[in-house]
Design a protein around this ligand. Structure first.
Ligand code: AMP
Length: 217
């Protein structure tokens, strides 16, 4: 597993981590692992994990580290992650980052961190107009195209939905939690020399090009 690389997508909710992670996954042929998607799936299927995670997620709080650490460790041990993976929404706290570092050190895996930076007002604007395809996960912004509100996915035709935690109160809480618990990871990865900052207030394709250049360099 010498050339194994795990790319950590860091950034506040609404920064575009999911969109970029999906594009990178296709280009780099690495699995896209979104803890938010995995937890939402667990909620939908009413698994034990889903039952434990529900109240945290609905209020915008973080699910306890040990629950998330476990699902990520299990997922990264999958055969399709032999070459690495793209992590979207994990780690989100210093203890999670320490857990991941220890896990990957054992497997001789390199970590590359991409931090997508976007101002708070823009994040609120994006999250409150975000629509998602529940089938393929593609994200849409009603500010850019009014027809996506109540519309269908242009990729697979499924009716688009708004996330339950994209309400003004829950958005405010999620941004607060980000500042308090997740933002310190910027410093953590800067200290480890693995952090690349990306200006996320640009066109999706421009951001993608910058990320790919950063990874290649
Ligand atoms: P996301 O789709 O990444 O915005 O995640 C949605 C929600 O899932 C978050 O607000 C948290 O409640 C929970 N969640 C996702 N990833 C994590 C994580 N790494 N640690 C704790 N909670 C998480």
């Amino acid at each position: 597993m010498e050339n194994r690389v795990v790319i950590v997508m860091l950034g506040p909710p609404g920064a575009g981590k999911g969109t970029q992670a999906r594009m990178m996954s296709e280009k780099l042929k690495l699995p896209h692992i979104s803890t938010g998607d995995m937890l939402r799936e667990a909620l939908k299927n009413e698994t034990e994990l889903g039952k434990k995670a529900r109240t945290f997620m609905e209020s915008g709080a973080l699910v306890p580290d040990e629950l998330v650490d476990e699902i990520v460790a299990e997922r990264l041990a999958g055969e399709d992650c032999r070459g690495g993976a793209i992590l979207d929404g994990y780690p989100r706290s210093i203890p999670q980052a320490q857990f991941l570092s220890a896990l990957l050190e054992k497997d001789n895996t390199r970590i590359v961190t991409i931090g997508i930076e976007v101002g708070k007002q823009e994040l609120i604007r994006r999250l409150s107009s975000r629509w998602t395809c529940p089938k393929c996960g593609k994200m849409f912004n009603a500010n850019l195209d009014a027809s996506v509100a109540g519309g269908k996915c242009d990729q697979c035709g499924t009716a688009l939905v708004q996330r339950k935690d994209d309400t003004p109160e829950v958005i405010a809480e999620r941004l607060e939690v980000y500042g308090r618990t997740t933002q310190p990871l910027v410093r953590y990865y800067q200290d480890q020399g693995t952090y690349t900052a990306i200006d996320g207030a640009r066109e999706v394709d421009d951001i993608f090009k910058t990320i790919m250049t950063g990874i290649a360099g």
